[in-house]
Design a protein around this ligand. Structure first.
Ligand code: F1P
Length: 341
């Protein structure tokens, strides 16, 4: 079996580790999550940058503290557009723990003498873990693939746990424990649907729509479609799509909607409008969606459930196009600094 597929299918085990580790390490983590005066930053590169967007939105929503997700390179090269006043906490996320831009971002942050650094990674032997005040290391999320799937979901779940800890929402942590079993069920239920979308030769390009805490996840889903299947794909906030991008909709367009519960009505209206313009539509959400989770989980802990169906869609599209998802074009697992060989 392809390693990418194997990693997608086995991710609930890694989610479980992420839930257990964040809850189990709360005594070490809590002091770093207290008295956060100023903007909390989340950073990473590529997938882990999108993870940072998703995590920052959730962190701010749950804690009421301002939080922002930025690419590691922006912290280093354009720090004056990112940092303002004291930053009490940097959460640096990297599957490899070795991506140079992320390491440089941590160094840059350290030089300012601001707050603490928490690392989230799957490899504790790499530099990032030892550069941080505290590292959450998710060994079960570790991957052989170039493209992040299981690792992304596990590290995302860890940021959900971290946000719940920071907000003191203990019932959220209990709900998080139900995620892995739900993930397992969803993986078995969505295979055929994901395969059907992946094989559909009428589709020429994709848009992934997600808002609020789901925008970062829509961005990651869009990146998966690009990396694995070399398909044109872009993410947008739902209502933003009507302000220009909708001009691209035709019978080759697939709109994948990551529906929220809170704004379901508005989001569904966007999808309906795009279907009227000739686009194909596939939606995911708790209920009233092409594929509904029926998880009974609170919305704030549900994010990871969107990931396996979207990863599988990209995987099956790659296979249908005769590509090998284990060998994505031009990519390597760790990106070195520009100019280094
Ligand atoms: C980040 C990253 C991935 C991307 C590619 C290269 O790695 O940019 O997001 O898909 O595989 O690496 P990391 O810092 O999370 O290890």
């Amino acid at each position: 079996m392809s390693v990418t597929l194997e990693e997608i299918l086995t991710q609930p085990i890694a989610w479980e580790e992420a839930v257990n580790k964040t809850a189990g390490q709360s005594r070490d983590l809590l002091p770093l999550l207290k008295d956060l005066d100023g903007h909390v930053l989340f950073t990473g590169c590529g997938s882990t940058h999108y993870l940072s967007l998703a995590a920052a939105a959730l962190f701010q929503k749950l804690t009421g503290r301002p939080a922002r997700g930025v690419p590691g390179s922006e912290l280093v090269l354009n720090g004056d557009t990112v940092l303002n006043g004291r930053t009490p906490l940097l959460v640096a996320v990297s599957r490899s723990g070795a991506t140079e831009e992320t390491l440089q971002a941590v160094e840059h942050f350290r030089r300012r003498g601001d707050g603490a650094v928490i690392a989230i990674t799957t490899d504790g032997s790499q530099p990032l873990a030892s550069m941080a005040d505290y590292a959450i290391v998710l060994e079960r999320g570790r991957e052989k693939s170039v493209v992040q799937t299981r690792s992304f979901a596990a590290m995302y779940v860890a940021t959900v746990g971290l946000s719940l800890l920071a907000a003191g929402v203990t019932e959220g942590l209990e709900a998080l424990e139900r995620l892995p079993a739900l993930g397992q069920r969803i993986i078995s239920e969505v295979q055929d649907m994901a395969q059907k979308v992946g094989k559909d030769r009428n589709i020429t390009h994709f848009f992934f729509l997600g808002s609020g805490i789901l925008y970062g996840l829509a961005s990651e889903a869009s990146l998966k479609m690009k990396e694995m299947s070399l398909s044109f794909s872009e993410p947008f906030h739902f209502l933003e799509f009507r302000h220009g991008p909708m001009s691209m909709v035709d019978k080759g367009t697939m709109l994948v909607g990551l529906l929220s519960e809170r704004n379901h009505k508005h989001e569904q209206a966007v999808l309906d409008e795009m279907a009227e313009l000739g686009g194909h539509v596939f939606s995911l959400g708790e209920r009233d969606a092409t594929y509904a989770f029926h998880s009974q989980l609170p919305e704030i802990v549900r994010g990871a459930l969107y990931l396996p169906p979207l990863q599988l869609m990209a995987y099956y599209r790659a296979v249908a196009r005769g590509l090998d998802p284990d060998r994505p074009r031009h990519l390597s697992a760790v990106v070195k600094a520009l100019g280094s060989s």
